[in-house]
Design a protein around this ligand. Structure first.
Ligand code: ZN
Length: 480
């Protein structure tokens, strides 16, 4: 998602466009406050370049602090998210390092994001094991009726209505480090992770994000090991939005990510060997939040929904192909129902979108959050995305020069929303298994199972069936 910022810098998008993407298409809600912290954060990202991957720079030699020897057999999981790593990207070029992880690990090219396949809700579902209706983060930009506020890329932890894995693990006595995972900032006590960030820092390269993780682990000198370490890299999403997922530049980016993750794997093996004991095990999870689809047309929500013809108190917020339309500022129930019907009538005349009342949305989306999802939800078909800057209802993407790639679509409708996931174990390999389709919600209980803790309340218990950890083998064998 952050990549859209890059778009502006390279394709000279105007301010109108940035408002559309970041703040959403704000129709009219003079009373609603915008999240100032979030806007500041957006500006910070906008100003800085995070696209360069530097592998030549030497890593500073910091002392490695070993944890006390243990005979018990402990597990360390490192969970990295690659934003926007579409299911077929690894086939675009030679990827010797990912090939190794796949050969020695387990993988899928059918990682299914929840709905919508947008960065904030998708990462939040992965971390919590529940869908939007239960975790409360319906989009990157959304309106909260009770607080009467718009939140944009917000780092506020109290917006989360479900327990993320870093809290689940900490609450059950494990030590956790998490940097740059969506919604992991400013963690509340009493179960804050041992290490976490204060805000997303847009000036870090992906390599620098990895170095922060490695440095934290290297310097950690507790008697108890860190057992869950989480991080985030953003480059594929950036480029996918900018040039589109079919562009030849994607292959070069994938080769760079392969080299970066090859370097990172060597670093974590070295640290694991230096810090942990012979019976301990290391897991590396590499997952993504969504794929990417080629954009051919831009759509103006105000014009197709006829918002100019309605009450001023209608608020429409867009995120890629999604729009949430909020009507709660219209005081009269009778007027509200009429406006709702008018807008739906106009939208449903188009054959390139789905539009319905919140309460009538498909059950499988798990999207019906009463406080933060619009009274009307609009989802454009693949190839279409919202854009506030266009003067007509629908225009070819070439008129604005981009974005050439977008996500957010239902993966049942657009299989290009499917992503890659690789699970790797050291020193004992997982055997090269192909896992088939994996639901993103399964990541939370899988981590819990490997760490020997209980999933969060409400989270699915349907874990991914990886070969069991060595430390649990005797226990699992005794089960009926
Ligand atoms: Zn994303």
């Amino acid at each position: 998602m952050w990549c859209i910022l890059k778009l502006f810098r390279h394709a000279c998008f105007g301010v109108m466009v940035s408002l559309c993407v970041f703040v959403g298409a704000v129709s009219c809600a003079p009373e609603a406050l915008e999240d100032e912290d979030a806007l500041e954060l957006v500006e910070e990202i906008y100003d800085l370049d995070r696209f360069d991957i530097e592998l030549d720079e030497p890593v500073p030699e910091l002392p490695v602090k070993p944890y006390p020897e243990s005979e018990e057999g402990r597990t360390v999981i490192i969970w990295m998210s690659i934003d926007g790593m579409r299911h077929d990207y690894l086939a675009r070029t030679e990827t010797p390092h990912f090939d190794r992880l796949i050969r020695e690990g387990a993988h899928t090219r059918e990682l299914k994001p929840g709905f919508p396949s947008i960065t904030f809700p998708s990462h939040t579902s992965q971390a919590t094991g529940v869908r939007v209706a239960d975790h409360g983060i319906p989009a990157n930009t959304f309106y909260d009726r009770e607080r009467d506020r718009i939140f944009t890329f917000s780092g506020k932890p109290d917006l989360l209505e479900a327990e993320p894995i870093w809290t689940t693990a900490t609450r059950q006595g494990l030590r956790v480090a998490v940097y740059d995972w969506i919604k992991s900032y400013n963690q509340p006590t009493p179960h804050a992770a041992e290490y976490y960030g204060q805000r997303y820092s847009g000036d870090l390269t992906d390599r620098e994000r990895m170095e922060l993780i490695l440095d934290t682990w290297r310097a950690d000198d507790s008697d108890t090991p860190l057992q869950l370490i989480m991080g985030y890299t953003v480059t594929p999403d950036l480029l996918g939005h900018e040039v589109g997922p079919e562009a030849p530049e994607i292959a070069d980016m994938v080769a760079e990510m392969d080299a970066l993750y090859g370097w990172f794997t060597e670093q974590i093996i070295t640290l694991f060997d230096a810090k942990m004991s012979p019976r301990d095990e290391l897991y590396l999870f590499i997952t993504t939040d969504h794929g990417m689809s080629t954009v051919h047309s831009l759509v103006n929500i105000h014009l197709i929904a006829g918002l100019e013809e309605e009450e001023e108190k209608v608020l429409a917020l867009t995120n890629g192909n999604m729009a949430n339309i909020y009507l709660n500022k219209i005081e009269s129930a009778e007027v509200r129902m009429q406006v709702e019907q008018n807008i739906l009538n106009r939208l449903q005349a188009y054959d390139f979108l789905y539009a319905d009342r919140r309460k009538d949305l498909p059950e499988q989306w798990g999207y019906n959050h009463p406080n933060r999802v619009g009274d009307i939800v609009v989802a454009l078909d693949p190839g279409y995305t919202f854009h506030r800057g266009i003067a007509s209802k629908v225009e070819p993407v070439e008129h604005m020069g981009g974005p050439m790639g977008m996500h957010g679509y239902d993966h049942h409708v657009d299989s290009n929303m499917l992503g890659v996931a690789v699970f790797w174990r050291y020193p004992e390999p997982l055997g090269g298994t192909y896992l088939g389709p994996v639901d993103s919600l399964q990541l939370h209980p899988t981590i819990c199972r490997i760490l020997g803790i209980q999933p969060a309340k409400g989270a699915t218990h349907e874990y991914i069936d990886l070969p069991p950890p060595r430390m649990l083998e005797p226990i699992l064998q005794d089960l009926p």
